[in-house]
Design a binder for this molecule. Sequence first.
Ligand code: LLP
Length: 423
Amino acid sequence: MLKPLNARPFGYKNRTLCCDDASLAELAAEHGTPLYVYSSEHLLGRLAMFEQAFAAVPHTICYAVKANSSLALLRLLGKAGSGFDIVSGGELTRIAKAHKPALRKTVFAGVGKQVFEIDAALQADILLFNVESESELELLESRARPLDIPARFSLRVNPDVFAETHPYISTGLSAHKFGIDIKVARAIYRRAAKSKYLIPTGVSVHIGSQIRATDPFHAATARVIELIRQLRKDGIAITHIDAGGGLGIEYTDKAFDPAAAVASYAKSVLTATEGLDLHLLLEPGRFLVAQAGALLTTVLNVKKNGNKTFVITDAGMNDLIRPALYQAHHEILPVKQTSGARKPVDVVGPVCESGDFFARDRELATTKPGDVLAILDAGAYGMTLTSNYNSRPRPAEVLVEPEGARVIRRRETMKDLLGPEIV
Ligand code: LLP
């Protein structure tokens, strides 16, 4: 029997790490490394958990595509009823390809939308635009008019609420580039309501990512509700509230109860929206997909410098940038469990940067070249943040489904990398 590790689909069976029923040692041998592996059941389970927590109110989950935009995962989520939160024309194209009917449940955010992206989203008849400035609203109107497609929109307001997280992924303070000052939003809605081509549908807010405390979500939602009450007094029929994404997960091996986390999150949002006839939009990314995935990597070398030991892997910061960029912690486990002593090591990639590390001074069971390691909780902001730095082809991706494991993205080749170049 697989003993799942702390709410993850990964666990040891006969001393071999598995993703559900699939042996990671076998997947690494068959497909090579670095390799991303995801569990479909875990992903759908997290979606169901979210649905359950908000079941009492009309709502749509708009999965944040930026967390993981693999077509196979988008199709799974879309077929299971999820909507999507997109931030580019590229992500719009992905939804159209993965599950077209979900375009009607798609919201489009982002501080720098361009004409071609706005046009494509209008023509795709998405649910609404999350508009981040008054000038963007003018641009939206100027595109909706010639296309003769009225644009449903929410203003993304900046609630000036502080939430504890890494500074790079905090967004809800007026010091950040996101959203419109909540104090001026009412006047903008009033001006917009006069246009035949702008339909004020909702108000949206997003305060940041990897937020573990739920109070800030309550505070932000409550501020939005105040604004919605004012707008309704002004005769503007707001029907939707978009509470954004941001619910965090546990990256360490501390106990984590995801159902309790989402229940507490739902409570803080719902106590703020209670009694108002509103359709709730939610934009979870990380909570749904992070723990569904792991990055497998092979040890290339074990090297000592002074009193430090470096475990050098075939995956690098270009394959998973979170530790380098946010000093993020990811648990690392050997795919074959050994009884060897645990020693502090640095797990580092082959990229020519000192920031290219996955763990520093981490207690790890003794490893040797050829061993495969699994970097956990890599399903969100893993593959989507990869690059070809150092001319390294991107990893392949495998999806473990109840029917078996299959490749959902083949490994890149040098031909793929050099294709667009002209000498
Ligand atoms: N909605 C909006 C408007 C967002 O900007 C984001 C994330 C989300 C939803 C989804 O947030 P989530 O539920 O995944 O926390 N690369 C960083 C995270 C960047 C988050 C950007 N915005 C990381 O690896 O931690």
